[in-house]
Design a protein around this ligand. Structure first.
Ligand SMILES: Nc1ncnc2c1ncn2[C@@H]1O[C@H](COP(=O)(O)OP(=O)(O)OP(=O)(O)O)[C@@H](O)[C@H]1O
Length: 263
């Protein structure tokens, strides 16, 4: 038994979700640990957002359980927010709804290089600016777990890489766990410890390298990705078993337990 292993921040056990008798998720198991990045990929309609909502306790699963550390601080960047266009709202006012302390807001705005947007109207933000503001809001309570649902939607290609870089820096600063849904596989892989490929069930899971070679993954995303991936990948010289421990012969499917202590 490995006594050095940290406690999981949150654990999903045998999660199943049905909507009107349609199975959307089945038998999903997942543990998230501090200082790790886990990326969920999978085809459209595969249940990725639903899984995040179960984890955030926005949806009660039909089956299974979510076990979280007591008073776990979670920051959430949703796919979209809906603002009333008739209500005037500056960025600072928007953020103060989450965190009233002005100095904390200024600190986060500076970290994300958007201090110039402080008095900007929320209605006039570009796609990239809006996503940074949503990230700022999620970071305001110093989350132990940062959850992001397709965080670069509506952001131009240059801004996408920058936003993923800010997410990685925030993770390093807070030592938090990051769980995100992303379609930008080639952009996120270099900063991702574990990938889960979900299509109702867990198709495959493991390091970016192992998942990118899995037949299910190639079926969903094509081997075009493998070529892009080679440009961005970081290299492991070993694999992991179910407990995240280093071993030599682990199979990609065995890594749904997302403990990763090194890069
Ligand atoms: N509240 C709901 N009621 C009924 N069906 C739902 C509900 N929410 C999601 N679904 C269905 O569940 C399935 C999974 O949806 P979900 O949004 O989780 O997929 P996704 O993998 O995030 O998709 P995408 O990549 O397109 O965002 C879809 O078929 C969707 O229509």
């Amino acid at each position: 038994m490995n006594n050095n292993k940290p406690q999981a921040l949150i654990e999903l056990k045998d999660i199943g979700v049905r909507f009107n008798n349609k199975i959307v998720l089945n038998n999903i198991n997942l543990k998230l640990y501090p200082n790790s990045v886990t990326t969920i990929v999978g085809p459209n309609g595969g249940g990725k957002s639903t899984l995040l909502k179960v984890l955030l306790k926005l949806i009660r699963p039909t089956q299974g359980a979510v076990k979280a550390k007591t008073k776990l601080r979670i920051g959430y960047v949703p796919q979209k927010i809906h603002l009333d266009q008739t209500l005037p709202l500056t960025v600072k006012k928007f953020l103060s709804l989450q965190q009233p302390q002005s100095t904390k807001i200024d600190e986060i705005l500076l970290q994300l290089s958007i201090q110039h947007l402080t008095e900007q109207s929320m209605h006039k933000l570009s796609g990239g600016e809006m996503q940074r503001v949503l990230l700022a809001r999620a970071l305001l309570n110093q989350p132990e777990l940062l959850v992001l649902d397709e965080p670069v939607q509506g952001v131009d290609i240059g801004g996408q890489a920058e936003l993923y870089q800010l997410i990685a820096e925030s993770k390093n600063r807070l030592n938090c766990a990051v769980l995100m849904v992303s379609h930008d596989l080639h952009l996120v892989m270099a900063n991702t410890d574990h990938v889960l490929c979900i299509n109702q069930h867990l198709c495959c899971a493991g390091t970016p390298e192992t998942v990118s070679e899995h037949p299910d993954f190639i079926r969903y995303f094509g081997d075009q990705f493998a070529q892009n991936f080679a440009l961005y990948t970081h290299h492991h010289n070993h694999k992991h078993n179910l407990h995240g421990d280093v071993c030599c012969g682990a199979h990609a499917n065995a890594a749904a337990d997302c403990h990763h202590t090194h890069r």
